[in-house]
Design a binder for this molecule. Structure first.
Ligand code: ARG
Length: 286
């Protein structure tokens, strides 16, 4: 028997990008509007167009179906206009869901609504003790969970995460109010253990967190302020196809150079609520 460990990753060459199937949860923006302001993107004085939001969201939904993903839907609830941002509804690994507990009262009823859905879909749901906004602030990269704090999720939730999943949790502190959730400042491009690859906006992090990112991900894609400002990082990757904001043109080029297949979608209406592609997507890891 051979003891040679085979790896397709050689120094100086990039791993071949391969898509792996995805299962996601989404919420149709039937009640989307901006009537309160809990992040700098939101301006209740500026009108929103719910039917345009629905049309744009539908393109994202159809894109996922076209990529062969399993897309589940949770019923939208009247009076919860931010429910379209499903990423905040929880965090799921290996059939185990950590429920969300929202920072702002406006979104708090979403926590139990998403937990009910997850329970009904057969996930083992852990009721949260600590304030956390789900996959908006928690990203699985390899065997590690990157966990954001500073604006929404309490750092105590990072310890709760570690207890539930028994995995390494790396705390990252966000410092720019425009990038208030981790998924607005970091994109996970390849989560496969051994070939982890991310993109991020350096200016979104404090010095300690930036040093952690630089050390752990020396080959990360660094995204510029212009692309970050259209929530370009708020994207969804299956390891090869990366669904991004169509306006993030430099990021699109960078992705191509790194062997990915970027797919642009326009969610400008949902950007008025401070969310993009990833915010509308909660990954369901069975
Ligand atoms: N209006 C929502 C909020 O401020 C937007 C959530 C965006 N979601 C995300 N995963 N980044 O809570």
């Amino acid at each position: 028997m051979s003891t040679v460990i085979e790896t397709d990753e050689q120094p100086g060459t990039r791993p071949e990008r391969r898509p792996t199937g995805r299962s996601v949860l989404m919420c149709r923006p039937e009640h989307f509007t901006v009537v309160y302001r809990i992040n700098p993107w939101m301006n209740p004085a500026q009108p929103t167009d719910t039917s345009l939001a629905l049309t744009q969201w539908q393109v994202l939904y159809d894109t996922y179906l076209g990529l062969g993903y399993d897309v589940q839907l949770i019923d939208p609830i009247a009076g919860l206009p931010d429910m379209v941002y499903a990423a905040n509804g929880g965090f799921v690994i290996d059939n185990v869901a950590y429920g969300a507990k929202f920072t702002h009262p406006e979104r708090q009823p979403e926590g139990p609504a998403y937990m009910d859905w997850l329970r009904g879909a057969g996930f083992d749901v852990h009721e949260p003790e600590e304030v956390n906004e789900g996959e908006g602030d928690f990203l699985l990269v390899g065997d590690t969970i990157l966990a954001g704090t500073g604006f929404r999720s309490d750092s105590l939730s990072h310890r709760e995460l570690g207890r539930i999943y028994g995995r390494d949790v790396v705390t990252l502190r966000l410092i720019d109010p425009s990038f208030y959730h981790l998924d607005t400042a970091v994109a996970v491009l390849d989560a496969t253990p051994g070939q982890e690859h991310i993109a991020y906006l350096p200016a979104a992090f404090d010095a300690t967190s930036l040093a952690v990112l630089q050390e752990r991900y020396p080959d990360a894609i660094l995204v510029n302020e212009t692309d970050a400002a259209v929530l370009g990082l708020n994207s969804f990757s299956d390891g090869y196809n990366v669904v991004i904001a169509s306006r993030a043109t430099d990021f699109e080029r960078q992705l191509r150079e790194h062997g990915y297949n970027p797919i642009g979608v326009d969610l400008s209406e949902l950007l008025l609520g401070g969310g993009g592609v990833k915010c509308c997507t909660l990954e369901l890891r069975r």
